[in-house]
Design a protein around this ligand. Sequence first.
Ligand SMILES: [Zn+2]
Ligand SMILES: [Zn+2]
Length: 306
Amino acid sequence: MSDDPGLVTFEDVGTPERDKPPFVRLPEPARLFAARAERFAALAPGHQLEAYLGFLAGLSRAQAALAGAIDAPAPPSLHELRFRAGNAMPVLPREELASDPAVSMAFDRLAALLTDIAMPDIARAALARAVAAEPEARQAMFAAVLTDAVPVEAVAEHIFAAAALQVVAARRSALIDPALPQPVADGVCPCCGGPPVASAVVADLHVEGVRYVQCSLCAVQWNHVRVKCVTCGSTKGIAYQEIEGIADTIKAETCDECRTYVKILNRRKAPELEPVADDVASLGLDLLVTEAGWRRAGVNPFLLGY
Ligand SMILES: [Zn+2]
Ligand SMILES: [Zn+2]
């Protein structure tokens, strides 16, 4: 419990409707990617992955610039959106993005924004290959990202494809009525149908200790109660793993029912935590938890090479 009289707990009987956490929180794309860039830059110095985190800071900065420069793809009709929401379907299915010309255009603009950013030669060569690819090959690359089927030998190209897709998907989701999306299934973004990257206990609502799961693709956040598996919805066999001696603000929430885990960040204790950046920087926790036999359920395109 907080001493702040303005805060109420989730369990309070008779919580007024206005104080209930909204089911969905939409992203503010330009701000989201700028904050992520700052977080990557802050995490980099002295980190084992210093060069990589520095590169991702530059990539996120380019994503922020891209988010401010492109138009979002035209949304489906309100009738279609309502139909999907009413039938427990994602309102803006991610599969539609693979063949959307807006994505291909965004990819070209992103590549141009990356011209002056420091990156390893191998990444630069992969980017050049992806830019030069035929339209069908490019569409296949987007489709691979959107179906979580990135070939291991072509991870570098797909990091850039995922970065462009994230911006277009976030721009698209940001425009809809936040009251529209309805629960689809455990571990599925109600907006685009994508898998989660991580979850966070948020600090900026007038309700204490509320957890949101963040979509790996469109960055929409959906409310998910605590001590409940993000993947299968089980409330039994949930445990929390952390690395001893490291800040306890990032934990892996493991589930013995489905043997998966999703990270949970405590932004009440550490507001600077950013789901995508801190997920990459806490790779050590993944090594520990996967070694102990749980499968990672969170998807993060920037972790594909690890
Ligand atoms: Zn989504
Ligand atoms: Zn589970």
